[in-house]
Design a protein around this ligand. Structure first.
Ligand code: NAI
Length: 401
C-alpha cells in the first residue's frame, strides 16, 4: 500500500491529484513536525510531502525506510539532504514555476501605483490631507519597462506590460528569445538609461549581488522607478535610499530584503520605512491562493508520474528520465552507482531468467545512474532479489502492472 504523509498544510489540490490516481492512503498535518514525532510519521511512508519548515536531514531520511519519493510543495529544497536522498534512490521534486504569474501581477500593479505616486497619496489622505494634483503622476501606457533577468518571471512581466501598452526592454546574461515586441538590450547600462521603470528578476548569489548600486542608479533616468521582487541581495539599499532622498529615483517597491524578519512580530529593519512613494511588502510576491493550489497540483502530479511510470523529469537531485509509454508487461526501475558493468549485469540477470527486454532508458548524473527497463512478463521475487544483489545497486523496484 502506498502511504502518503503531507505536512505543513499542503493545499488540498495535492490530495485531489493523489486520490484521483488511486492513492487514497493520505495523512495530512497542519504544521511541520520535529524530533520523534516526525520520525514516527515518516517511518512507513512511501511519499513524504513537505513545505519549507520540515527538515528532512540524513537521520530522518535514514529512518524513512519505506520512502520512495519526496515532494517539496514549495520552491526551495535546502531543507532536504538531497545527496543522501539520491544515495537512497529517492527522487525529490519541487514546484519552481507555480508562482510565476503571481509575482508578475504584483510587479505590474506596483509599476502602475508608483507611476501614479499612489503610496504617497494614500498616506497623505490617511493623515488628513487632500492633495488633489496631477503633479508627478503618469500613465503606464507608452513608458519603457526595463527587465533585468528575462527568465520565467521576467518574460511573463514583459508580456503583461506590453498588453498595457508599455515598451519592454530586457537585459539577460544568456541569449533569450524576446516575446512579443520586447527588445533585448546589449548592455545593462543601455537598459538603465532607456527605462522609466526597472524591475529585477535575477537569481541571488555573488554574480548578482548589488546589481543596483550607486553607479547603476546614477545610470538611470531622472525620476525612474525601481522594483525588486527577486532576491534581497541584488539591491544596495543604502544607495537606493540616497537616490530616493535626492529625487533621482522617484519611487521603489521592494518585496525582498538583504535581511528579512524571521517571524510576524519581528519588524523589518530598513532605512526605506516611512519613505514617500515606497512600497514595502513581506516577501509575498509568489504568495497567492492560486499559486498554492498550482504548487499542490504540480508536485503531486510529478510524484504520481514517478510512482506509476518512473518518470523523474525535473527532479532536483536525480538523473532525469521523461515519461515513456510502457513497451512491455512490467517496468523495472534500477538506481545504481555510475560504474562500468552495471547495465551488463542487469541485462545478464534478466537474460538468465528468460526475460526479453522490450525497452530501456538510462540516464546518469555524476556518480549515479537511473535505468528504466520494460520486460515481457511479470518479474518474480527471486529475480527482483537477484537484481537488488547486483554490485552498485542502490534501489530496484518494479512498477505496477
Ligand atoms: P529564472 O531562472 O527563470 O530567471 C532568471 C534569469 O536571470 C535567467 O534568465 C538568467 O539568465 C538571468 N540572469 C542571471 N544572472 C543575471 C545577471 N547577472 N544579469 C542579468 N540576468 C541574469 O528565475 P525566475 O523563476 O524567473 O525567478 C527570478 C527571481 O525571482 C529569483 O531570484 C527567485 O528567487 C525570485 N522569486 C521571488 C519570489 C517572491 O516571492 N518575491 C517568488 C518566486 C521567485
Amino acid at each position: 500500500m502506498t502511504k502518503i504523509v503531507l505536512f505543513e498544510n499542503i493545499h488540498p489540490s495535492a490530495s485531489e491529484v493523489f486520490n484521483s490516481a488511486g492513492f487514497t492512503d493520505i495523512k495530512t498535518f497542519p504544521s511541520a513536525l520535529v524530533g520523534d514525532e516526525l520520525l514516527n510519521e515518516v517511518k512507513d511512508a512511501t511519499v513524504i510531502g513537505i513545505r519549507s519548515r520540515t527538515q528532512l536531514e540524513e537521520k530522518v531520511l535514514e529512518h524513512a525506510q519505506a520512502a520512495r519519493v519526496v515532494g517539496c510543495f514549495c520552491i526551495g529544497t535546502n531543507q532536504v539532504d538531497l545527496d543522501y536522498a539520491m544515495q537512497k534512490g529517492v527522487p525529490v521534486f519541487n514546484a519552481p514555476f507555480s508562482n510565476t504569474r503571481s509575482v508578475a501581477e504584483l510587479v505590474i500593479a506596483e509599476a502602475i501605483l508608483l507611476l501614479r505616486r499612489i503610496p504617497e497619496k494614500n498616506m497623505r489622505v490617511h493623515a488628513g490631507f487632500w492633495d488633489k494634483t496631477a503633479q508627478g503622476a503618469f500613465e503606464a501606457r507608452g513608458k519603457t519597462l526595463g527587465i533585468i533577468g528575462y527568465g520565467n518571471i521576467g518574460s511573463q512581466v514583459g508580456t503583461l506590460a506590453e498588453s498595457m501598452g508599455m515598451s519592454v526592454s530586457f537585459y539577460d546574461v544568456e541569449a533569450k528569445l524576446p516575446l512579443g515586441n520586447a527588445k533585448s538590450c546589449a548592455s545593462l547600462a543601455q537598459l538603465l538609461a532607456d527605462s522609466d521603470v526597472v524591475t529585477l528578476h535575477v537569481p541571488g548569489g555573488a554574480e548578482t549581488e548589488n546589481i543596483i548600486n550607486e553607479r547603476t542608479l546614477a545610470q538611470m533616468k531622472k525620476g525612474a522607478i525601481v522594483i525588486n521582487a527577486s532576491r534581497g541581495t541584488v539591491v544596495d539599499i543604502n544607495a537606493l535610499d540616497a537616490a530616493l532622498e535626492s529625487g533621482h529615483i522617484s519611487g521603489a517597491a521592494l518585496d525582498v530584503f538583504p535581511v528579512e524578519p524571521k517571524s510576524v512580530e519581528e519588524p523589518l529593519d530598513s532605512p526605506l520605512k516611512g519613505k514617500d512613494n515606497v512600497i514595502l511588502t513581506p516577501h509575498i510576491g509568489g504568495s497567492t491562493q492560486e499559486s498554492q493550489e498550482n504548487i499542490g497540483r504540480e508536485v503531486a502530479e510529478k510524484i504520481v508520474s514517478y510512482l506509476q511510470n518512473g518518470a523523474t523529469k525535473s527532479a532536483v537531485n536525480f538523473p532525469e528520465i521523461s515519461y515513456l509509454p510502457s513497451t512491455g508487461t512490467q517496468r523495472i526501475i534500477h538506481v545504481h552507482k555510475n560504474v562500468p558493468g552495471t547495465m551488463a549485469g542487469l541485462s545478464n540477470v534478466l537474460a538468465e531468467h528468460g526475460f526479453n527486454i522490450s525497452g530501456q532508458q538510462l540516464q546518469t548524473r555524476s556518480e549515479f545512474g537511473y535505468a528504466m527497463t520494460d520486460v515481457d512478463k511479470p518479474i518474480t521475487e527471486p529475480v527482483l532479489k537477484a537484481l537488488r544483489a547486483l554490485p552498485g545497486t542502490l534501489r530496484c523496484e518494479t512498477l505496477p502492472l
